[in-house]
Design a binder for this molecule. Sequence first.
Ligand code: IPD
Ligand code: CA
Ligand code: CA
Length: 252
Amino acid sequence: MDRLDFAIKLARRVGFYLLQHWGNALNVKEKSSFQDIVSDCDKHAQQMIVSEIEKHFPKEAILAEEDRFETGQRLWIVDPIDGTMNFVHGLPSFAIGIAYSEGGNVLVGVVHDPVLNETFYAVAGEGAYKNGERINVSSNTMLKESIGNVGFYVGFTGHFINAIEKHVRRMRMVGSAVLAASYVACGRFDFFVAKRANPWDVAPVLLIVPEANGCVSDLQGRPAHLSSGEYLFSNGKVHSEVLEIIKKVEKT
Ligand code: IPD
Ligand code: CA
Ligand code: CA
């Protein structure tokens, strides 16, 4: 079975389920802290994905956010809802993320936003797409004409926005890592900075952004991998300038 086709159909099916509970999530609870929540919709969506992978690819391992932490040479990486906070509060930016990797390299990546009905995807070496159309990062070379996104991270986000706001046109916090990076891939954002990200927060976009001719590194500028934990996604042209600002923030 074609893994891309499988993952796209599955993500869209889960998207229909999530739309029925959007803003009205089942059994919302605190997870690791009062700032981290989970609902029964996250768990059910994950079960929908995991059971299909088990059925069609029984020999392959699964790493999924809600308590399914396997490792393996052939590994599926799943975030059933990236942007749970938005989903629970009835805000529109959340997505399903599904990736397939071999030996730590992502070979297939899918991000589906059920609200806008946008599916971003890539297969290694074959370019990146949104709903069947090829996508590319922005051509903007000027930080002062850039719009960027940063993820929520206590003790960093405020300092980073403070340091970069005078150099860019505007900053945003979308609230879903896979969507923010997909927006870099299709040119809506020029860069996106993520701190304390888990593999499932970034797995599909570690492929989609480079396949859209963009750039991803860790916050020191080293090559990014699934367990880097912190990332700069960009159009490549503003990458080094944003890294310089991050370095100054980290020193303070
Ligand atoms: C979160 C989102 C958010 C990011 C957090 C993630 P979740 O994922 O991607 O944008 O700032 O670090 O944990 O919990 O909604 O799957
Ligand atoms: Ca996530
Ligand atoms: Ca999640």
